[in-house]
Design a protein around this ligand. Sequence first.
Ligand code: HT9
Ligand code: FE2
Length: 340
Amino acid sequence: MSFDALLYLSFGGPEGPEEVRPFLENVTRGRGVPPERLDEVAEHYLHFGGVSPINRLNRDIMAELERQLAAQGRELPLYFGNRNWHPMVEDTVGRMAEDGVRRALVFATSAWGGYSGCKQYHEDIARARAAVGEGAPELVKLRQFFDHPLFVEANADAIRRATEQLPAELREQARLVFTAHSIPERADEQPGPDGRPHWYSRQVAEAARLVAEQLGAQGHDVVWQSRSGPPEVPWLEPDIVDHIEALHAKGVPAVVVSPIGFVSDHLEVIWDLDNEAKEKAEELGVGFARAATVGTDPRYPELIAELVSEHLDEAAPRKLSLLPAAGCSPNGEPCAPGCC
Ligand SMILES: CC1=C(CCC(=O)O)c2cc3nc(cc4[nH]c(cc5[nH]c(cc1n2)c(C)c5CCC(=O)O)c(CCC(=O)O)c4C)C(CCC(=O)O)=C3C
Ligand SMILES: [Fe+2]
């Protein structure tokens, strides 16, 4: 099948203090997030002048991706659209239609299945096409990449570099801790294409296992961060901050934290880890190093180009786990019956 463009689809983030509230309202519309939580998160954004780094990081990644695609001799114009903030995906897909794009691939900036990481991006695709109406391009979303060798290698190298930042005497005993965005337990019960539940947390566990194996780590933990929602609703636990306390109580002298659940050092990473988790570690005297996300590693755009190649050249999908490949479907249709 031929494609005449690539749409880079991301979350979006505010670029000034006056944009914080309307952005948060877009993110949480109909999601049952209490106003107190929104006030708290607004403060996190305002702490950084109301500017999330996510848009700049995405533009840097796209510039490198464009360079790599050009070097491969691919003529595939790149478009940028977001779910929650400008450039909004509806506007971008409108522009694609005006430019005469008939059929495009879509890269969504999440490695995972589940509602937030996969299905909601399918909904964005369907909503954008509906908004454009007649003449909207066909949009085929690329698959989930949590077990792609380039994702695993880039995360492993970032952990190696973070470990070097710890004092030499702590490195050997430092506990490797992976974090990903918490989601409601009910949401995590959602099955994958294999029909088995907990698709999201199984993928996170598998990616963490693959990275830890590549590092020859003695042991590792998978924990969660950035919990939202009303307090009475159970979300995946333990939280990273509580986990640092628990490790300290067991006598662990240092932690290396890998935000494997995210692909760039956006606000949830720099606030929840570099502020909150780091502060807790310092308070307890626990050594703390945070690994980078894959976004600044050239292997990330390389991975995107490989996913593209699976469609344009029928390149065999490279994956390291036995979990099924999923997340790829046209025009926002579910990727498998009951999936995500
Ligand atoms: C699984 C997952 C990912 C990873 C997969 C992926 O990357 O897609 C992710 C990424 C992100 N989440 C982000 C920001 C936010 N997420 C929120 C709220 C929520 N996230 C959820 C899940 C996820 N989120 C859920 C279940 C909610 C509750 C509301 C709902 O059920 O939908 C809220 C509302 C306030 C709050 O309650 O925290 C904000 C501001 C940003 C941008 C950061 C920046 O601006 O730099 C990014 C990349
Ligand atoms: Fe899916």
